[in-house]
Design a protein around this ligand. Sequence first.
Ligand SMILES: Cc1ncc(C[n+]2csc(CCOP(=O)(O)OP(=O)(O)O)c2C)c(N)n1
Ligand code: SF4
Ligand SMILES: [Mg+2]
Length: 287
Amino acid sequence: MDAQVFDIGDTDVAWCPGCGNFSILKILQRALAELQIGPTSLVLVSGIGQAAKIPHYFRTNIFNGLHGRALPAATAIKAADPALTVIAESGDGDMYGEGGNHFIHTIRRNPDITNIVHNNMVYGLTKGQASPTSQVGFKTPVQVGGVFLEAFNPLAVAIALDAGFVARAFSDDVEQTKEILKKALKHKGYSLVDIFQPCVSFNKLNTHQWFKENCYYLGDSYDPSDRNQAFKRATETRKLPLGVFYVNSKRKSFEENIGMQDKPPLYERDLDTKQLSALIEKFKSEN
Ligand SMILES: Cc1ncc(C[n+]2csc(CCOP(=O)(O)OP(=O)(O)O)c2C)c(N)n1
Ligand code: SF4
Ligand SMILES: [Mg+2]
């Protein structure tokens, strides 16, 4: 399959020239095409933000919902049609800030979805306020004296919650990021891929060059089944590791737990609507 199947043709793209979002868009399209996942079997779910505009530039099924609410929508879509490939994709603010509670409980629930986070360490759309992953000392028009809160560490939180697949990538590294995304898409259960994505307009601290100088890859000898080691690597701060930190394929998925994994799509299921009607009537009579 050619990645061009996802092209939407001529359109105005709202992203700034040089933004890391362009490369994530292309890499994801290539990863999907190489896995033979086409536009009709995919749903791309996002919230609000610059990263969350990615479904606008993708020829596939999309759901662009409320700020921070991509994960519950994605969980429901997967349960409604388990044959679909479902991706929840947004920015660091949307997923870890406004959507932080969903982030925690989606990992616990373990739906078979891929969670891609464009981590530019800033609120891009609203013009440069600090986000949960902004670094200490980062100055913004709001945080004029510099950020003083320690940055939220999504990988450490995900590993602590025993997420089945936890990885970090860098948008400039096309081949490595594509391979990480392919592994995440193939994983059965929730997978997190946090992608460092330079925001050239509002984050002058964590630039393309900064990520190049401050990241390194875990390497071939690294064992992603070792949870303690994964946690240790995820909390490193001097240099930031990239790659697949942790894999645990033993957890049952949400769809398996609720007996939906082999079910046809919701619109083809025999539903007993009598019980639902009775419940609605009871609610109406009581209110
Ligand atoms: C409930 C609500 N709160 C706040 C906003 C304003 N808002 C829109 S996008 C955004 C932050 C987005 O940041 P991030 O998810 O990191 O995306 P980026 O633009 O950096 O890609 C905020 C605070 C909103 N639209 N709705
Ligand atoms: S503001 Fe930042 S994140 Fe948004 S499109 Fe421009 S460079 Fe990208
Ligand atoms: Mg952001």
